[in-house]
Design a protein around this ligand. Structure first.
Ligand SMILES: [Zn+2]
Length: 246
C-alpha cells in the first residue's frame, strides 16, 4: 500500500509534524508544501477508483464540531479527474510552487520574469519546444529542445478534444457542465505538461504554454503573436493572455 499526502505547510499541519515524520519513516510519503494561500482542495483518492471530496477539512474540528459535507464517488471519469489533479499538484509540490508564486523580477522594468513554453511542429517528424523568458523589456529563448512529432499532436489534441463540448455547453447556458469541462481540460493539459517537464532535466519552471498565432488588426493587416493557451496554477495574475513577438 502506498500513501501519498499533500498538506499545506502551515501551523495547523505543523502541529502534527511528529506524526507525519513517524508515518514517513514507515513508508508513507507525506509532503508539507508552501502553497501560500492558494490551496483550497480537500479531497482523497483511494486505490484509483474512489474519490472523497467536499467541505470536510480532514481535521478533528471537521469531524466532531463543524457542519460539513463529504461525498464519495466511484464514477470513473470523475475519479480520474481528481487523480490527474493530484498528480499535477504532486509534481508541482517541491520547489516549483515557490518558483511559480515568487518569480524573479527584472531589475530594469521591474516586471516578473515569465517562462513560456512554445511548441511548434518542425518538418514532419519533430516537435520543437522553445522556452522563452520574458519580462516587460526583454525576450529571449533560454531553452530549445526537439521531441517526437507526437508531443505536439497529443498536446494540441488534448486541448482541442474538449473544445466542441465546451462551446456547446456555453451556447446552451449549462454552466455546471461548462465549468466541469473547463476543469477537465485543465487537468489533462496540466498532466500532459508535467510529463513533458519531468522527462527532461534542465528545463526551467514553466509558467504558461503558448502557440504562435496570426492576429488580424483589421481586414488587411495583422501580425504573429504568442497566444497563451494555458497557465500554470497560481500564475494567473502575472501571465498575460498574449505576448508580442519582438
Ligand atoms: Zn525587463
Amino acid at each position: 500500500m502506498k500513501i501519498e499526502i499533500l498538506l499545506n505547510n502551515d501551523c495547523n499541519n505543523l502541529r502534527y509534524i511528529k506524526h507525519i515524520e513517524h508515518l514517513n519513516e514507515r513508508g508513507a510519503d507525506i509532503r508539507l508544501v508552501s502553497f501560500a494561500g492558494i490551496m483550497h482542495h480537500k479531497f482523497c483518492v483511494i486505490d484509483k477508483h474512489l474519490c472523497m471530496f467536499g467541505s470536510f477539512n480532514w481535521t478533528q474540528n471537521a469531524n466532531i464540531r463543524n457542519i460539513e459535507d463529504l461525498n464519495i464517488c466511484d464514477e470513473v471519469s470523475f475519479v480520474n479527474n481528481y487523480l490527474l489533479e493530484f498528480k499535477a499538484l504532486w509534481n508541482l509540490s517541491k520547489t516549483d510552487i515557490q518558483l511559480l508564486l515568487h518569480p524573479s523580477y527584472c531589475s530594469i522594468c521591474k516586471n516578473p520574469i515569465i517562462n513560456i513554453l512554445f511548441m511548434e511542429v518542425e518538418g514532419n517528424y519533430q516537435t520543437k519546444i522553445d522556452i522563452v523568458q520574458q519580462c516587460g523589456c526583454q525576450q529571449k529563448i533560454v531553452y530549445t529542445d526537439y521531441y517526437d512529432a507526437s508531443v505536439y499532436n497529443e498536446y494540441v489534441g488534448s486541448i482541442h478534444q474538449f473544445e466542441d463540448d465546451i462551446w456547446a455547453a456555453k451556447e446552451s447556458g449549462d454552466e455546471t457542465t461548462y465549468y466541469q469541462l473547463i476543469a477537465q481540460q485543465d487537468f489533462v493539459v496540466a498532466n500532459y505538461l508535467s510529463l513533458v517537464r519531468n522527462n527532461r532535466m534542465g528545463m526551467p519552471i514553466i509558467h504558461a504554454v503558448g502557440v504562435k498565432e496570426w492576429k488580424w488588426f483589421n481586414k488587411h493587416d495583422g501580425e504573429f503573436i504568442y497566444k497563451v493557451i494555458w497557465k500554470e496554477r497560481g500564475t494567473n495574475s502575472y501571465v498575460q493572455d498574449e505576448y508580442e513577438i519582438m
